[in-house]
Design a protein around this ligand. Structure first.
Ligand code: 6GU
Length: 254
């Protein structure tokens, strides 16, 4: 996969992309990450990438020309077949909320081109005629789209085959399974005055599996009840949740 990021602040990406799993994925050629400074596609002396808003109002708007030029220069190197598996993404608080199923869909592409939105926003013609997806990472406002582009890149890269040590660990992800993760423990079995739940030391895999499932259900019920509406639940799960006060999934698709 190749990920192109168009940004006014390429230096912001040095930390996240040069450590841990993303770095390893780049080093082992699972992914290429190309940073493009939007100002390199400007042609005036001051490298102007933003301008005042028509109709008045405070705040600057990102100009369309350098963004079109940057994206088109990347697209011009692609074949028709590659184009069919390319997404042009704008990060913006107005976008669709990024979730794991969107990340999975993006991980199946050949090329991602990510434009980091800034200032009050981006000229609407970029949204109308250049991008395929507009993505937000949550209901809060960031100073710019760079952090969102890093989040998106990180989430996509870890799904590329070989990026994370164990495929099973990726498939068993909390959220991927529709439930939050159960509590986990490591050595020592006794830390200060706190032990580890007996069942985990019992060697009884049936019991351990059941304990984990119930803790997942419990956590999800208390922290993210919204997830239960979409989770794949067995009748045993529903019975357990019922004891916690869960009122069932009558208003959901199940
Ligand atoms: Cl993609 N950009 C900005 N500026 N704020 C955000 C966001 C993006 N996603 C959530 N908040």
């Amino acid at each position: 996969m190749r990920i192109h990021i168009l940004t006014l602040f390429p230096d912001m990406f040095q930390g996240p992309f040069h450590n841990s799993i993303v770095k390893r994925a780049v080093d082992s050629a699972l992914v290429e990450i190309h940073l493009h400074d939007i100002r390199q596609y400007t042609h005036d002396r001051h490298h102007t990438a933003d301008d005042y808003q028509f109709g008045g109002d405070s705040g600057m708007v990102m100009k369309p020309e350098p963004i079109f030029e940057g994206v088109e220069s990347i697209l011009s190197d692609l074949t028709q077949l590659e184009m069919a598996r390319t997404r042009v993404i704008l990060t913006s608080p107005q976008g669709r909320l990024l979730d794991q199923s969107t990340v999975e869909e993006l991980a199946r592409q050949l090329h991602l081109i990510v434009i980091c939105g800034h200032y009050e926003g981006v000229d609407e013609r970029v949204l109308e005629h250049l991008i395929t997806d507009e993505v937000s990472i949550g209901d809060y406002v960031l100073t710019g789209g760079e952090l969102a582009a890093m989040v998106l890149t990180d989430a996509v890269v870890r799904l590329l085959p070989g990026a994370v040590g164990s495929e099973a660990s990726v498939r068993g992800d909390s959220i991927t399974t529709g439930l939050l993760q159960h509590p986990i423990y490591t050595r020592p079995a006794q830390f200060q005055e706190w032990g580890v739940p007996e069942v985990l030391l019992s060697g009884n895999h049936q019991e351990i599996k059941r304990w984990r499932r119930e803790r997942s259900l419990e956590r999800t019920f208390h922290q993210r009840p919204d997830l239960l509406a979409r989770a794949k639940l067995t009748s045993q799960d529903i019975e357990f949740l019922g004891k916690l006060g869960f009122k069932g999934k009558e208003n959901s698709r199940g």
